[in-house]
Design a binder for this molecule. Sequence first.
Ligand code: SF4
Length: 244
Amino acid sequence: MTDEPDLIPGIYIYCDRWCERCAFTSRCLQFRLEAQENVSGGTLQNFDALNVTFWLEIGEALVQAMRLIREIAANEGIKPDDLQNETVFSEPPVSHYRDAREHPCASAALIYAGMVNDWFATVDEFSETEESLLTNPPHTLDEPIRVIRHYQYFLYPKIVRAVEGRLGKQVSTSAELETDACGSAKVALIAIDRSLAAWSVLYGEYPSQEDSTISILLHLDRLRRALEVVFPDARAFIRPGLDG
Ligand code: SF4
């Protein structure tokens, strides 16, 4: 299988492990090894093309999310420059920490996971129906909710791994550690972007939850900017097959 030219070596190393929504299943060895059934290449290519469209739509929602965050910040009296300079989770420097799990970005990712649970629990609590939003979402919100749920617990381990790579680099000159740190930070940043896009779709759908939705959007946006400060090369990192 490794001799197949269409397969992209190492594509699965810095992916988001969401094969159901991946646009590269036909070119991923890991997917083929884990697939329960022997699916034809043509079927996978059609599946991949649908997922390309899905992520293009999420990309458009991200533009909307960024606009929304600027509006929210303006309403709260935060100037655009202040928003850009606010790097609350990026201090003190990584060298201050002995354990990656103590880094503020890791803590912020855990806090975010809890905020998501609280948000959905509150929606269910005040729902006029007996059905949970998570198990029976309205059709139009099904996909954004899936995006949020997929990345909810994905962020923390990726950020911890990225910080671990940076901590390891302090005691070693290994380029591999720096590469791993940037690759892990990049996939965490992509997960945040997509989560922001999904939350921007939910914003407005639940007026009674507006304050907590705003808190989540601002929290995620702060985490995004802090990661970009801690890992300034992450956005430019080229993941095998997925970027460029
Ligand atoms: S690259 Fe895609 S198909 Fe392969 S493991 Fe990652 S998400 Fe799944």
